[in-house]
Design a protein around this ligand. Structure first.
Ligand SMILES: [Zn+2]
Length: 262
């Protein structure tokens, strides 16, 4: 163990000597500061080494003999013979191999971490994709609109005939006359499918002026009762045969507001 400690010390001194210029005080200070924390250079050789490199940095007159063997040293610290012996030893070679292994393992870990991050990224992208492909739980269905052009009506009977064309008895619809009434002119001029309430929320003052004139309309109840479902609502038809609907005719559409049907 003691032998190993000394070998470690020798290798450390030789590595420092081969790497650094001890004429630079900041280098020597760095080495001595680290040494204070880690206490590697504890032997008589180590202490001699520390004194020597400090003297070199401080520029004082120094002994030019190797701190290990006492033979002349060109670099004023460790002679070439000692350097070669230490750095060429089996101990030094083993240490270098271990260091390389650690570096390889670190590289491997880096790659593994990178692969993991990429995988996580792909999983996140996949989840996002899934999220976007899940069908909406409350799909908004486009309002059903008439495929025929308005045809003018002159009384309740002709109004009923027009409505029956849209909601035929043979499909289960029942239409009942409710009353004659008045409704806003503007509603009957909307695009088919437009929701009256939504349009009215956004009218400008000038648009309101024309929109809220009223005209006479015929009002009917419409129902279609099946075993497991029912469609009920109100239809208004004006004299030019345009139709407004309110009620449960299309899933997902607001059923509390009239919309332009024809
Ligand atoms: Zn020597």
């Amino acid at each position: 163990m003691a032998d190993d400690k000394l070998k470690q010390e020798f290798l450390y001194m030789a590595s420092l000597t081969s790497k650094y210029d001890f004429h630079r005080m900041e280098v020597v200070e760095g080495i001595l500061r680290l040494e204070n924390e880690r206490r590697i250079l504890d032997s008589v050789f180590g202490r001699r080494f520390k004194t020597r490199i400090f003297d070199i940095a401080a520029g004082v007159d120094i002994d030019e003999k190797c701190v290990l063997c006492g033979m002349p040293a060109d670099n004023h610290v460790i002679c070439n013979h000692c350097m070669e012996t230490i750095l060429g030893s089996d101990y030094a070679k083993n240490k270098i191999k271990i260091k390389e292994k650690i570096v390889n393992v670190k590289d491997y870990l880096k790659y593994a971490a990178a692969v993991c991050l990429i995988l996580i990224l792909f999983i996140q992208m996949w989840l996002l994709y899934l999220l976007h492909t899940i069908p909406d739980r409350n799909p908004t269905v486009e309002p059903k609109v008439s495929s025929t052009e308005p045809s003018a009506v002159s009384d309740m009977d002709s109004a009923l005939i027009e409505l029956k064309k849209e909601f035929p008895e043979e499909e289960g619809y029942e239409i009942t006359f409710a009353r004659e009434d008045y409704d806003n002119v503007g509603r009957f001029l909307l695009e088919n499918g437009a929701c009256c309430a939504e349009v009215e929320e956004n009218l400008s003052d000038e648009e309101r002026y024309d929109y809220f004139f009223t005209e006479p309309v015929y009002v009917f109840y419409i129902s279609n009762i099946e075993q497991y479902s029912a469609r009920i609502g109100i239809a208004e038809i004006n004299q030019s045969g345009s139709i407004l609907l309110l009620g449960k005719f299309n899933d997902g559409r607001r059923i509390d507001s009239f919309y332009k049907y024809r």
